[in-house]
Design a protein around this ligand. Structure first.
Ligand code: RB5
Length: 148
């Protein structure tokens, strides 16, 4: 599995924590920033990660900002991306099993690095359950193909 990761200035600490986790797990990643000292704009980081997922250049994306909300809104504008904003372990598992989410968003001003690390670990290792959930994901993809 190959992962693209990015954050704005509000998510830099958790980004470093998740990079360490992926190194421990032997997961290949590309870090798309930010290398910011000041304030930056989260869409400038969400969209490049989302586009790499949508194009198949990477399998998954991880985005961190202050709340995770801006990152998830921006990433979900990219066709083919199913970005889940997650701050608990149950949702981390369920969004993989039920939604086949391919991008994870988290907020560094909402949760600490320990929980973020556990969420990422569960999200990276949980498989999509398929079956009836695949029908539902297919309906989202059909809408994207026909209407967007
Ligand atoms: C930046 O101050 C903050 O707005 C951003 O990190 C994020 O929380 C947006 O949703």
């Amino acid at each position: 599995m190959k992962v693209a990761i990015a954050s704005d200035h509000g998510g830099m600490n958790i980004r470093q924590e998740i990079k360490k986790l992926m190194e421990e797990m032997g997961i290949e990643y590309i870090d798309l920033g930010c290398e910011c000292e000041g304030s930056v704009d989260y869409p400038d980081y969400a969209v490049p990660v989302a586009e790499k997922v949508a194009s198949g250049e990477v399998d998954r994306g991880i985005l961190i900002c202050g709340t995770g909300i801006g990152m998830s809104i921006a990433a979900n504008k990219v066709k083919g991306v199913r970005c889940a904003l997650v701050h608990d372990l149950y949702s981390a598992r369920m969004t993989r099993e039920h939604n086949d989410s391919n991008v994870l968003a988290m907020g560094e001003r909402v949760i600490g690095p320990g929980l973020a690390r556990e969420i990422a670990k569960v999200w990276l290792t949980t498989e999509f359950a398929g079956g009836r959930h695949a029908n539902r994901v297919n309906k989202i993809e059909k809408y994207e193909q026909e209407r967007l």
